[in-house]
Design a protein around this ligand. Structure first.
Ligand code: A2H
Length: 253
């Protein structure tokens, strides 16, 4: 962990009805997978959500109406940031694992895809964020490769019970232009570097170096309310818009 606190935007990805058996006790509440992101301006391009199959998650009461699914570690931090029904105390309604979350249909703020599914990602770190990550394969090399793995490997889909219709057709949505790289920077850089899978750590680190700084300093929004604006100018505006509309909350750790 760094010296400076990291501020994440938690995107409220709403679980759609009907709830599966495990989530039935939550019937009547607004239930969200709470994805931690540093890039709220990319939410237009969400194609799915990521969970870690072997991780423990819980459904925590945030207030009288909202329930967030995330790790216990994150729930405890949230409780100290006034994001718990009981002050400083996480209130868990249902204990879950990542496996329970695979295949959940979600409605996520700003996403052009109206329904997206929760899918397995094997590189999620358990010691940061919420353990839930939203997937934007146009602009995140990690997301692009994890999705590419599921699309190109039927055996991987079978292993985690991922239905074909949750990942296919695989469509990367252009949302940001980066000069000299293009409109789908993550896909372009992963292809150019011939990255083989989500586990190709060194090459993925290189891909991220090539895209992130440039995306932030030179990227231009291709879509949404701030189309034509620079990413660095649009980002705080989109963050505020999401928070003000109750579609996201801020969280530090
Ligand atoms: B970002 P930092 Cl388009 N394990 O959101 C692994 N990755 C995690 C995580 C976890 N526990 N929690 C969050 N993340 C991801 C969008 C995005 C992100 C784009 C481009 C870059 C990018 C869509 N995925 O992150 O280590 C989340 O993915 C670049 C760093 O705390 C979150 O933002 O700095 C970011 O990593 C947080 O990473």
């Amino acid at each position: 962990e760094g010296v400076q606190p990291q501020e994440y935007v938690l995107i409220k990805m709403e679980v759609q009805q009907p709830f599966p058996e495990k989530l039935k006790p939550l019937e009547g509440k607004n239930v969200f997978l709470a994805a931690a992101t540093l890039r709220p301006e990319t939410m237009y391009g969400q194609t799915n959500c990521w969970v870690l199959p072997e991780e423990n998650y819980g459904a925590y009461e945030i207030n009288d109406t909202d329930v967030f699914i995330l790790t216990e570690r994150a729930a405890l931090n949230l409780a100290y940031q006034k994001l718990s029904r009981v002050l400083k105390k996480p209130s868990c309604l249902v204990e879950l694992t990542g496996y329970d979350l695979i295949g959940l249909p979600l409605k996520s703020p700003l996403s052009f895809n109206e329904v997206i599914y929760s899918l397995p990602m094997l590189t999620i770190l358990t010691n940061k964020g919420t353990g839930i990550v939203t997937s934007v394969p146009s602009d995140s090399p990690d997301d692009y490769m994890a999705l590419h793995d599921l699309v190109s490997k039927p055996a991987l889909r079978a292993k985690y019970g991922v239905k074909d219709e949750w990942v296919l057709p695989f469509k990367v949505i252009p949302i940001i232009n980066i000069p000299e790289i293009g409109d789908k920077s993550a896909e372009t850089v992963c292809t150019n570097l011939q990255i083989k899978s989500q586990n190709d750590k060194d090459k993925l680190a290189e891909a991220k170096k090539l895209t992130y700084l440039k995306g932030f300093t030179e990227g231009i929004m291709l879509v949404g309310k701030f189309k034509g604006k620079k990413v660095q100018d649009a980002k705080p505006l989109i963050k505020d818009q999401l928070v003000d509309a109750g579609l996201a909350v801020l969280y530090s750790e």
